[in-house]
Each structure stands twice: as structure tokens, then as C-alpha cells.
Design a protein around this ligand. Structure first.
Ligand SMILES: [Zn+2]
Ligand SMILES: [Zn+2]
Length: 124
């Protein structure tokens, strides 16, 4: 693959428009991506900023959902014990199952928040 401007052998491509770049015409963005011009550099930075923001929000959302699920699990667990103590075993089992379900959901949310965090860290 040859560079369009210099007829040199290309060694990278622009991350924004995908054209072939040689050493002479390749520029590098703040995050170290190859690009052909300052316009492309700006475009790449903008996309990366939005991607990071979205990841950040998704991570916070998953964290909040995980705390919410744990809280519900705790409340239902309380109900389960209460029902058991006051002689309503059927309701106790029901609430107990619900609390286990909520705790499982909390665990999965927490895990997804962690994976998103590690993706964030490798991107920086
Ligand atoms: Zn470009
Ligand atoms: Zn070139």
C-alpha cells in the first residue's frame, strides 16, 4: 500500500478517514492514534471523548443498579425473616427467593461495572 501524497510505502492509516499514511504525512493524536490532518485529529479526539463519557456513565449506571439490587435483597431478606418469625412460612420462602434473586442481579451489575472500569483503564 502506497501513500497518496508522497508515493512512499505507507506504514499506517488515518483512524478517521482510513487513507494510507507514510512517515512524512502521518500525524499523531493526543491519545497516540495515527491520522492524516489536524481536522482528523480533532474528529478522533471528539469521538474518543464521547466514547469515554458513555463508558463512564454506563459504569456509574451499573454501579447504582448493583447497589439498588443489594438494597432490595437486604429488604426482602428482612421480610423473609420477619415472615418466618411470625409464622407465615410460605411468604418467608417467597421473600427469601426474591432476596437471592436481587443479590444475584446486584452481583452481575457489579461485575459489569468492574469490566467496564478495566476497559476504561486500558483505553487511557
Ligand atoms: Zn484522515
Ligand atoms: Zn505521505
Amino acid at each position: 500500500m502506497k501513500c497518496k501524497k508522497h508515493n512512499n510505502e505507507a506504514n499506517s492509516i488515518c483512524m478517521n478517514c482510513g487513507i494510507a499514511l507514510c512517515n512524512e504525512c502521518s500525524e499523531v493524536t493526543i491519545s497516540g492514534k495515527n491520522c492524516c490532518s489536524s481536522q482528523c485529529s480533532i474528529a478522533i479526539n471528539r469521538v474518543e471523548k464521547i466514547a469515554n463519557l458513555t463508558l463512564d456513565r454506563a459504569t456509574k449506571g451499573a454501579k447504582a443498579a448493583s447497589y439498588g439490587s443489594y438494597l432490595l435483597a437486604f429488604i426482602f431478606f428482612g421480610f423473609a425473616i420477619y415472615s418466618g418469625l411470625y409464622g407465615i412460612p410460605f411468604l418467608g420462602w417467597y421473600m427469601g427467593l426474591f432476596s437471592i434473586g436481587m443479590a444475584t442481579m446486584g452481583y452481575f451489575y457489579q461485575r459489569s461495572a468492574k469490566t467496564q472500569l478495566s476497559v476504561n483503564n486500558t483505553a487511557e
